[in-house]
Design a protein around this ligand. Sequence first.
Ligand code: CO8
Length: 257
Amino acid sequence: MNTAVLKEIVGQVGILTINRPDAMNALNDDVMNGLTLGLDEFEQNDAIHCVIITGSEKVFAAGADIAAMRNYEYIDVYRDNFITRNWERLKTFRKPTIAAVSGYALGGGCEVAMMCDMVFAADNAKFSQPEVRIATLPGAGATQRLPRSVGKAVAMDLCFTGRMLTAAEALQFGLVSRVYPKAELMHETLEQAQAIAAYSLPVLMMMKESLNRAFETPLNEGLAFERKMLYATFALEDRKEGMNAFIEKRPANFNNR
Ligand code: CO8
């Protein structure tokens, strides 16, 4: 049994907890395969509308497993399709995701957090891309996602120096959208995830698809895509229910169709 990732379902929220306490939650194949399988399961489960990925209070994840990769040669990583093979499931996951980060989110840990739609941090969170110190690249997406998230100057600074950001700095730079006291992180994140999960799932999915286009396409193409998604909401029963409920001054009761 894979215990490197613990799976839990609370109401309409799926929670995946990285669990390698002896190795600072370093992201080896057990963890990445566990996350992939968990996401596959949550994607197929219609009752789940939002997913939280988290670690322990001390560490979200201290990066890719250095012990596992230190003897790799080029041919090993190339033939094995390293990273691409089991690090990218979050990229195709269609429901909203939140990374709840307490403690260290370093290297691949920070990259996994950035693959989530939102990052909520505890006030003890620390983010960095320290790969420069071990002479490799932040190659699970940070050279691309970090500049999009925090801008060129901060991204270059973080990657060239490997320095750690505090939670307050991460909030200031836009890497995270909320910071909570450490003891409240999971409670607050779960509450927010449940609030999101109560909305119409197809609308959340269309919104996610549309928002992600902003990072992939020129403005006019993105706007055209958004318009198509907007029109598509008018084919949903939930769109009628949402507007009717507003006019009738009652809570909406979405059936996710
Ligand atoms: N990989 C493997 N083991 C790790 C890792 C890691 N990333 N991080 C910590 N550990 C292990 C330590 O070796 C130690 O093991 P042991 O008890 O057997 O000696 C145990 O976890 C506890 O760690 P520390 O004793 O170091 O604990 P501290 O509290 O002193 O320090 C830190 C905690 C600050 C988190 C420190 O462990 C650290 O700096 N870790 C490494 C951070 C790092 O460099 N991460 C980047 C890794 S590279 C990466 O993520 C690249 C991804 C991109 C793709 C790669 C393509 C090739």
